[in-house]
Design a protein around this ligand. Structure first.
Ligand code: SIN
Ligand code: MN
Length: 279
């Protein structure tokens, strides 16, 4: 599935495009039934909300779970990034953000590319995020906020925060965690966000489960906490151009955060189902 000219232009101009009802209710249910066991599984890629046993995110499920693997190869997700980047793509990162009812905490204002540039030496921002809504996202359950057009600023080079060089801390909390907690390492300060919002405006993304948001890795975004009784889970697949392989780094982040499997994604056939046993 390729973007129409209007959708392509919307992405180029605004830094994102929302495709509503990309996946059917049956497909979404097929993904959601996998979540409890993925959240229960003790894996290194699992992140909890601060001082709690509520799962905030799980990484790399496309490698461990057949249904999410099929999602990551579905042409509805893979072809728009190929079209936008003008090349084949591979999966750079795969995460599920849980944003649990009553408990899901904020994501501070940030751009994604700066993390990948500073931590992984990703040469350029030729990366597309595909965010799949696994629940309806509404004004109550911590929707994604975006500053439309802010990707045109390029990477805003902010100073890293919340870094700790205490060895004890490193043992208890691996360094990569500070890119996934409510206190982000490269968050944008209030003055920067105020000026960007004055310049470009602000939007919240509201859509039903099964919709997909494609967004630019320099788009400034955030989300508030979820104090509603509604879960707000999303799967985010980050596709990188095969022409944009990260340069070598001294201490590479774990494979479940930044994949070093650079083989291009082979999209499944147009009619392939997410869930095999529905056939
Ligand atoms: C969110 O899940 O609301 C934030 C996602 C992100 O920043 O990638
Ligand atoms: Mn982000």
């Amino acid at each position: 599935m390729y973007l129409t000219k209007e959708q392509f232009e919307k992405y180029t101009d605004q830094g994102f495009v929302l495709l509503t009802e990309c996946f059917s209710k049956t497909e979404v249910n097929g993904l959601k039934v996998e979540l409890p066991s993925l959240f229960r599984k003790e894996t290194s890629g699992r992140v909890f909300e601060e001082e709690s046993n509520i799962v905030r995110a799980v990484h790399g499920s496309h490698k461990t779970n057949e249904v999410f693997q099929r999602l990551s190869r579905n042409p509805r997700l893979v072809e728009p990034p190929m079209q936008l980047l003008g090349s084949k793509v591979y999966i750079y990162q795969f995460k599920i953000n849980a944003k649990a009812a009553f408990r899901g905490n904020i994501w501070e204002w940030h751009q994604d590319y700066i993390f990948w540039r500073k931590e992984d030496r990703l040469p350029t921002a030729r990366v597309v995020n595909a965010l799949v809504l696994l629940d309806d996202m509404n004004e109550f359950n911590g929707p994604l906020f975006v500053i439309p057009g802010s990707h045109k600023e390029g990477m805003i080079d902010v100073v890293a925060q919340n870094t700790s060089n205490r060895a004890k801390d490193e043992r208890e909390r691996p360094a990569w965690i500070s890119n996934f907690t409510a206190k982000l390492k490269y968050s944008l300060n209030q003055e920067l966000v105020t000026n960007l919002v004055l310049k470009y405006g602000i939007l919240s993304i509201k859509a039903s489960a099964g919709s997909v948001l494609f967004f630019n890795s320099n788009l400034v975004h955030a989300s508030p906490s979820n104090i509603s009784p509604f879960n707000r889970s999303v799967a985010i697949v980050t596709y990188n151009s095969v022409d944009n392989i990260p340069l070598p780094v001294q201490n590479p982040r774990p494979e479940f955060i930044v994949s070093r499997d650079y083989r291009p994604v082979e999209p499944l056939s147009k009619d392939a189902l997410l869930i095999e046993n529905l056939m």
